[in-house]
Design a protein. Structure first.
Lengths: 617, 106
């Protein structure tokens, strides 16, 4: 019996609550059981006296408290003494409130507006503070938030144009149809009759109409083409600029900083490479910058090889478009030299391998020379090695000089659209008059290979010859030379007056040397041995002491006499392939750029590093 | 008698000559026009008795070939006023008594 288990269940039901209450409901006019009876019994309730800080009353009190902060301490004592009891509140706020409501301490506890943070012991009132301090505990916490910047949204909408619409109306009746057919039949019969009657004239008219139509279409195409070509050119420039973007940057802005550490030496930075399909087998024989457009230069192509003479080309490139030449002229014989006219930058004088000279005009659209010499008009019998424009003569005719291996210096004048020649000087080799059996005295002529005119004294000029001599001549004396310099052992490839020092000139030769002379002194002032045949030497336009030379082993040498009298500041291999010889070099008059031509038809542009560009003081 | 003869001639002519497709008004480009015309002729010949089926065939084929929303009306007696997209209208006669109007309007 003791082992019996009794289960007792604890429920939340109130046992004193009647389970079956019946109430009279006036609505139903009947007695109804009350279905639900409340089982809740309240044991204790206490009204609280907290108000929300943000509510109106709370804010008002906050204001009052902050104004009374000054006189806080006094009243805290008051409170303590008056009450003599436990304070329910901790915060300073509450103390001030006590003060506010009256001197009597008995109101303190009753104040419904006192904020109570916790029921706690009495404490010393916290020290007065100017501002309210947020107590960081689990009920007060500081929020901090941040938000990334969102780009503002924008609505964009568009609507395509609807296809054009048109209205059409008609009536489709039987009689309409019938009439239409009858008309059509009649028309066809008439057409057949006409055809039989006049077959030929009709055809002719048709043809004329066709031609007119084609003509007009072609013309309109022509206009279109010219407009397109302009745009296409701009596009081409943009595309090449983008393609060679880094080179363009280098050209403009790159300054080799390592020059400071290089002890006066400099380098040449390769920029663009200019080449053209049809000139791949030709050698660059002449380069010249345009005097007006500082980025345009002309390159003449031909061949130095006696056995392999083919056609020649004249291309004009611009630094703005390294991928394709601006102008292309082709000629039957290789071009050996060229020169731009100073005043008319569209005229180029050209000397050919077969001894002819020609003038090309860039203004005309043709690829043929505007004026050319011929066998009857006194062309040279040997290749023309150099041409140079002169000032206009008395009658304002264009005038240029040419030098050739046949020993003649010829002045060509453009009179009335024709080239007329005048022999200026014949290079006779001294003491070589040979007696022919019939009593003729035959003079052998020296072969002129290069010449240069003095910058100031127009009539004074130098001629370099194949025998290695340099003659100083004047235009005014045609038979005699002013002076002879025994310059080199082999052909003089280039002579050039110094643009600043009017007495100084430079010469280079295949005997590996470059020599600098004062024209009053017979012996050279400086001699440089470059250990390879020198193709070309040229003074720089910005400094009287800087000059550059190219040798046939593909190297470019840059010298600055004011810095180093004995050595080149820069010796750099310019062409990539081994068997390629560099043939000519030219300084750009404005930019610190040189262009070098080689035997494969390439023209390479290089930027001079700062050490090479020092201007004299 | 002469009238009768002429009448018979005319009838014969009518039957023979007036059956070719005759374009009354169109602003379609050349290729489209040729294709549409041939399509109409094919459809009308195929469904000679049922204009609705012919129209259905034409409309569906045109929709496939030249883009959506073509409208086709085939009949012997009707008047119409339509709005069509430029260069997409063909109004032709066929078979001596049929009129076909094809246009595009989305």
């Amino acid at each position: 019996e003791l082992k019996e288990e009794f289960t007792r269940v604890l429920t939340t039901n109130n046992p004193h609550v009647p389970k079956n209450l019946i109430r009279y409901s006036f609505k139903e006019q009947a007695y109804e059981p009350v279905s639900h009876v409340d089982h809740m019994a309240i044991h204790f309730s206490l009204n609280g006296n907290m108000i929300a800080k943000d509510s109106d009353e709370g804010r008002r009190q906050g204001v009052k408290i902050s104004t009374a902060a000054g006189s806080f301490q006094k009243f805290s004592h008051l409170c303590a003494s008056e009450e003599g009891k436990r304070c329910l509140v901790l915060s300073r706020r509450s103390h001030c409130c006590i003060f506010l409501q009256g001197a009597g301490g008995e109101e303190a506890e009753e104040s419904g507006e006192v904020e109570v943070s916790e029921a706690a012991e009495a404490e010393e009132p916290p020290p007065p503070e100017e501002k309210e301090k947020k107590l960081p505990n689990q009920f007060n916490f500081i929020e901090r938030a941040s938000r990334t910047h969102n780009n503002p949204m924008r609505d964009a909408a568009c609507q395509s144009e609807s296809a054009p619409h048109k209205n059409f109306s008609d009536c489709a009746n039987q009689w309409h149809i019938y009439e239409a057919y009858v008309e059509e039949v009649k028309r066809i019969e008439k057409a057949k009759e006409k055809e039989k009657a006049r077959p030929q004239t009709a055809k002719k008219e048709e043809k004329k109409e066709e031609k007119k139509i084609t003509l007009t279409t072609v013309e309109s195409q022509g206009d279109v083409m010219s407009k397109i070509s302009k745009l296409a050119k701009i596009m081409e420039r943009m595309v090449t600029q983008n393609a060679f973007d880094d080179i363009a940057d280098d050209f403009k802005y790159f300054e080799d900083a390592s020059d400071e550490f290089r002890n006066q030496r400099g380098t040449l930075l390769p920029l663009w490479n200019f080449q053209y399909d049809k000139t791949k087998k030709l050698a660059v024989t002449a380069i010249s910058w345009n005097p007006k457009y500082k980025d345009l230069f002309a390159v003449g192509y031909g061949s130095y090889d006696f056995m392999k003479q083919g056609q020649g080309m004249l291309l004009l490139f611009t630094l703005k478009n390294p991928s394709f030449p601006e102008y292309v002229f082709s000629s039957e014989s290789g071009i050996m030299c060229l020169d731009f006219h100073n005043d008319y930058p569209y005229l180029i004088a050209v000397g050919f391998y077969d001894g002819n000279v020609a003038i090309y005009s860039l203004k005309k659209g043709t690829s043929q020379p505007s004026y050319t010499s011929s066998g009857s008009s006194g062309k040279h019998s040997e290749p023309v090695w150099q041409v140079k424009w002169q000032n206009n003569d008395m009658c304002n005719n264009l005038n240029f000089f040419s030098v050739s291996s046949d020993g003649r210096i010829v002045s060509w004048t453009l009179i009335k659209n024709e080239l007329a020649h005048t022999d200026i000087i014949k290079l006779s080799v001294e003491a070589t008059t040979v007696q022919w059996p019939e009593g003729l005295q035959l003079q052998t002529f020296g072969c002129g290979t290069s010449f240069d005119f003095h910058k100031k004294i127009d009539s004074l000029f130098l001629i370099g010859t194949e025998e290695g001599k340099i003659y100083k001549c004047s235009k005014l004396y045609s038979s005699q030379f002013l002076d002879v310099f025994e310059a080199h052992h082999m052909a003089v490839d280039s002579v050039s007056w110094n643009p600043y020092h009017l007495k100084v000139f430079i010469s280079c030769s295949s005997d590996w040397t470059v020599k600098i002379w004062d024209h009053t002194i017979k012996t050279p002032m400086f001699v440089y041995d470059l250990s390879c045949a020198v193709g070309d030497v040229v003074w720089s336009p910005y400094s009287s002491t800087v000059f550059a030379a190219v040798t046939t082993d593909g190297k470019a040498h840059v010298f600055d006499l004011s810095i180093n009298k004995y050595e080149a500041l820069c010796t750099q291999l310019v062409v990539t392939k081994k068997k390629n010889k560099t043939t000519h070099i030219q300084f750009n008059p404005v930019y610190p750029v040189v262009i070098i031509g080689d035997e494969r038809g390439h023209v390479i542009s290089l930027k001079l590093s700062p050490n090479l560009r020092k201007m004299p003081k | 008698m002469a009238d009768n003869g002429e009448g018979k001639n005319e009838e014969a002519d009518y039957k023979r000559l007036h059956t070719f497709p005759l374009i009354r008004h169109t602003d379609m480009p050349e290729e489209m026009r040729v294709e549409a015309m041939e399509l109409c002729v094919t459809a009308c010949e195929k469904y000679a008795t049922n204009n609705e089926s012919a129209a259905k065939m034409i409309k569906e084929t045109m929709d496939k070939k030249f883009g959506s929303s073509w409208h086709v009306v085939i009949g012997e007696g009707f008047g119409f006023e339509i709005t069509h997209e430029v260069k997409n209208l063909l109004y032709m006669f066929f078979g001596g008594n049929l009129a076909v109007c094809v246009w595009k309007c989305s």
